[in-house]
Design a protein around this ligand. Sequence first.
Ligand SMILES: Cc1cc2nc3c(=O)[nH]c(=O)nc-3n(C[C@H](O)[C@H](O)[C@H](O)COP(=O)(O)OP(=O)(O)OC[C@H]3O[C@@H](n4cnc5c(N)ncnc54)[C@H](O)[C@@H]3O)c2cc1C
Length: 302
Amino acid sequence: MHNLNKEISEKCRLIGCDVRENAPMAEYTTFHIGGPAELLVTTDDPVRAQKVRKLCEAEDIPLLVMGNGSNLLVCDEGVKGVVLRLDGGFALPEIRDGLVVCKAGIPLKTLCRFARDNGLSGLEFAYGIPGTVGGAVYMNAGAYDGQISGVLEWAEAVTPNGEICRFESDGLRMVYRHSVFMEIGGLVISAAFRLRPDDPEEIGRRMDEFMRSRREKQPLEYPSAGSFFRRPEGHFAGALIEKSGLKGCRVGEAQVSEKHAGFIINLGGATCSDVRRLAEMVRERVYKDHGVLLQPEVCYIG
Ligand SMILES: Cc1cc2nc3c(=O)[nH]c(=O)nc-3n(C[C@H](O)[C@H](O)[C@H](O)COP(=O)(O)OP(=O)(O)OC[C@H]3O[C@@H](n4cnc5c(N)ncnc54)[C@H](O)[C@@H]3O)c2cc1C
């Protein structure tokens, strides 16, 4: 694998990407957990991302696409193959044909601020979700009664055969934390949002209010990947976990947050295996107490 790595890393560099061999994924995830990626390839450019995808297909190398790593739990042994990380570079969103269009690697926060500054409302709910636009589209991220699907007009993605395709809103198959890209393995490269005109000050006020609420309720002072479990039909995962008396429960350095039971936090040196064992304990206990089987929202890698 070592020689293959050298050759592939050279090719990725020639494509114009930044390349890091044996990159500790703990440095690239908000959980601060995860062993080394054989090859971490970073770009802000859709065409370069497409070329890396084609290269991996041609060479039969496993490919994991990531954005800000804010919904990932990467295993302690690390990730084989290429991890392609889309970042924002210096790009900003643009307004085209009445839509806000941006590249997938742009942070959601940048998109929300751009919308506010241009007096465009609809993305306030997303301010404070610490991911990229691509990650938010892939996950259909949501909060405070809003979801990306509510404002997304289209998204462009590289399909597994290397083609760039545009998916209009009726083909995005977005429901709670799900998009068509999970079904087809699409690499999202850009997205366009339909927003409504509103007073920038009002928009800013709503964004600040959502951010204040997050700071008050969520354990933002610790590394985590946000709400660990999906919302079960008719319940809230955090409320069930709290009712089971699991707040503060620990395995190693992983803990069910005392502040918000829906979050598993890293107290310092938590490993992936600590988090997974804790999550399993929580699932078993909640199932026993409430008959509800929690499903992780966080993406397990490896
Ligand atoms: C403190 C905190 C609060 C959070 N609050 C919320 C919240 O309110 N609502 C919410 O929905 N989520 C929340 N999250 C979770 C997370 O921020 C979202 O899921 C976010 O959309 C993930 O984006 P990302 O760029 O970090 O993706 P990553 O974590 O890097 O990846 C997540 C998944 O998306 C895939 N992916 C990423 N980019 C692409 C791409 N360009 N093309 C194809 N696939 C891609 C990855 O393969 C992976 O399967 C929170 C997380 C934290 C740490």
